[in-house]
Design a protein around this ligand. Structure first.
Ligand code: AMP
Length: 123
């Protein structure tokens, strides 16, 4: 079982942003920007193209909503990234054009700051 399945099942805590029947979104614990969110399908496949079309569409429908929410909350353009070399459970990174962003660096935020960001982003 991947760490993201454990998060979806509630076995590992997370800063949750959104959930529906097919998808789940939560803050990345090593945020590249404020509000760095991971959107994952509930179906545990490794790569995005392993998803059935309906699950792929559901994932990107949630990605679209998270991007809109990110732009509303932070007032800057949302960005997408797909890597997947660390966790073999398909996921899309949603960040935004944050002036504090530095290549390869992650922000150090306290649990209170992470929770406060999650509270602002959640929908
Ligand atoms: P990648 O597989 O390269 O796209 O990276 C996986 C991402 O998952 C990294 O940005 C990690 O910081 C993030 N990550 C790993 N474990 C957790 C966790 N328990 N909660 C939130 N994010 C996580």
């Amino acid at each position: 079982m991947t760490i993201f399945e454990k998060i979806i099942n509630g076995e590992i805590p997370c800063y949750k942003i959104y959930e529906d029947e097919k998808t789940f979104a939560f803050l990345d614990i090593n945020p590249e920007t404020t509000g760095h969110t991971l959107v994952v399908p509930k179906t545990p496949v490794d790569k995005l193209y392993d998803l059935k079309d309906e699950d792929y569409l559901a994932l990107f429908t949630t990605v679209k909503k998270v991007m809109q929410r990110m732009e509303t909350v932070f007032g800057s353009r949302a960005l997408l990234k797909v890597v997947g070399t660390d966790v073999p459970h398909a996921h899309v990174h949603v960040t935004h054009l944050d002036p504090s962003w530095e290549y390869g660096k992650s922000l150090t935020l306290s649990p209170e700051e992470m929770q406060s960001i999650a509270d602002r982003l959640k929908f």
